[in-house]
Structures are given as structure tokens and as C-alpha cells.
Design a protein around this ligand. Sequence first.
Ligand SMILES: *Cc1c(COP(=O)(O)O)cnc(C)c1O
Length: 408
Amino acid sequence: MKPEEHIAPFGTIDGELAVGGMPLSRLAARVGSTPFFAYDRGLLDARIEKLRAVLPARVELSFAMKANPMPAIVQHLAQRVDRIDVASSLEMQAALDSTIRPDRVSFAGPGKVPAEIRQAVAAGIIVEAESKTELDRLVAAGEDLGVTPTVAIRVNPDFAVKGSGMRMGGGPQQFGIDSEAVPDLLGEYASAGLDIIGFHVFAGSQNLNAGLISEAQRRTVDLVSVLADRLPAPLRYLNLGGGFGIPYTDRDQPLDLDGVAADLHDLVDGPIASRFPDASPVIELGRYIVGECGIYVTRVVDRKVSRGKTYLVVDGGMHHQLAASGNFGQAIRRNYPLVVGNRVEEVSEHGVNVVGCLCTPLDLLGDDVELPPAEIDDLIVIFQAGAYGLTASPTAFLGHPAPAEVLV
Ligand SMILES: *Cc1c(COP(=O)(O)O)cnc(C)c1O
């Protein structure tokens, strides 16, 4: 997708990008400082409505909070999704502070220590066990607190999903319990005082290929069908993972959500309805819900020419938005979509480099991008910044102040 296509959902007012119905320079004045992250409430709602409109009614939506744990976002989404998935005890506290019910919160991730597991059991949330050690810690916490822990088994599947930007299942993994080990473990823990309600399979992240996502969902249902026979009660929790990707570069095409949804209707009406009448399938999404609703806004603090190349130096950088610099696990660095937010309708000049204010060549936000002639004090906007932005960036690196975050 081209940068211009990222402007359209936000809209423009008087030649400026609009956020939540406000021209960007006005929003910058309201925030009071740059850089900042802004998340558009209307776009967030539109994304949820779109998902609800196309996915089968029986499918439950879970928000994977690690994509964006800003409390206002969590609170906003808590009223619009069915579940929240957390990956640390701090995220768990944020979820519990929201309006979501504790039994609608799940806790995934490797390395859950006894204290975190005890907190989760006391809270009454679903703990997704990623190892035998965690199962033992769950048993201990349940006995200690006199409550029955609610547990799902995170399964490392015996298949891998192609097309994922980050693979998190299949082959050897730190995530989940290998599928072939699950039946024996279920036998071993059958009378250990745990309420094992079902399974979670998360095969990978940032997938833009609808066919491959559907294939992963089908294979997950087949795998869980075998494992569910070993549960003492009918399956109640069927977390199919997610992995829906968003287009970050001009080479990426948006995911064919309608295609994923059509296949999921067949899966839900067919195998899931017949094999798991008591389970609502869960789709767990992070970036697909929040990623495209957010922008990172920086101000030009210098414009210089070095041997014929123009550099726009901005007051933000990789310490706030690491992914846009290409250093968040990307194999090849490509520009994230960026525009001059207060000059979105002006004609572009050629080949400027947008760099952050950190003293390292890694702090490159735009390599040879076409932008309108930007001057000091103009606002450079980086799109696709609603997920894995602030909390996934090395904010302490070089000691600049933290950016503001607003939900508009
Ligand atoms: C990170 C993660 C997600 C969210 O991934 P996105 O690519 O942001 O959708 C969902 N589930 C689990 C278990 C995760 O670890």
C-alpha cells in the first residue's frame, strides 16, 4: 500500500491529516509536545465493527494486549471485545482494572513465575499453561489459595504456518507444550485439581495470506479434535490463535479478511459445530485491531543537505517507534508509510531521508522517500503505529523524554 492510501481512513481537513476529526497541527497543540502517539477511536470502532460483521457470530474476539497496553485503549476495547489476552502480571492488572470480567482474561507466554501464576489464579483468570513446570505451579497455587485454577493448554502444533512474519508454533519452540506430549500430560494431571477447559494454538503473527491463515485454523481444529478426546469434560475453550497481518510497506497488500471469514464460517458451521458444541472459538488479535488506528507524530527540528542528499531530522525516532526503523525483527528494512501531516495535499519532491534524533545510523525512519518540501516545525507522521510502538521500543536509549500518547 502507498502512503496516500493510509491517509484515506483518517481523512483530511484543510490540507492536513485529520485524527479523530481534528487537524493534526491542532491536535499537536492540544497534546502540547511532540513526539506523540495518537490513536483514532473511530477507526478502532470501525475495525471491530468490520470484524464483527464478517466473522461468524459464534466467534469470540480476544484482544492481545501486548500490541498496545495503553490503559485508555484497553478500557475502550474491554467494552467491545469478548476477551483480553495478557502476557505479564502488569498487563493482567490493566485488564482487571478494565470492565472485562476476570474469567474473560487469559494469560499466555513462557516463563510465568510462581508469583505471577498465584496472582492469576487468585484473580480467577484463564492461565494458558506453556509447560509441565507451569502446570505444577498452577497446582501449587490452587492448593495454597483453596481455589480451582482455570487452565488452558497452549499447544505447540505439529505443523508450521507459512507466511507468518514471526513464527510461534511448529518445530521446536519456547511456546506451548509439544502436541505429542499433551495426551500423556492430560492423563497425569486429570485429578490434580485443575479445571482444564481447552486449548490454545498460536502458530504465528503478521500473516497477510488469507489461504494460509485458513489452513492453520483448519489444522488447529483437527489437532484439537484429537486432543479434546483426552479431556474429562467437553471442550469449553478453543483458541484458534490469530496472526492477521497489516500492510506495513508499499509491497504489502492488505489481508483478504472476507476470504478468512468465509473459510471460518465453513469451519464453524461444520467441524466446530459438530465436534465442539460447547466451545466458542476464539480469534486472538493484536495488531489487526489497533495497528492501523495509530500514528506516530514527530516534528522536524532540522533540515540539512549533505552532498546532495536532503535530511529531515525529527524530534523522535527508533527509541519510540523501533519497528519503523526496521530494527524490530525485520529481515529487510523497508520504509513504513510516512507523510508530512500538515501538508498532505502538496506535491512531493524527491528522495529525502527522514532520520530520528538518536546518534546512530540505525535511527532511520524514511530512506529516500518522496515528500512535499518539509521545513522545520512541520509534522512528520508515521502510519501503522498503533501496535508494537511505544512499549516495543527502547525508550531509555539515549535518554530522551518519553512521548505522549492520546486516544482521540
Ligand atoms: C503476540 C501475540 C498475539 C498478537 O499478535 P498480533 O500479531 O499482534 O496479532 C496473539 N496471541 C499471542 C499468544 C501472542 O503472543
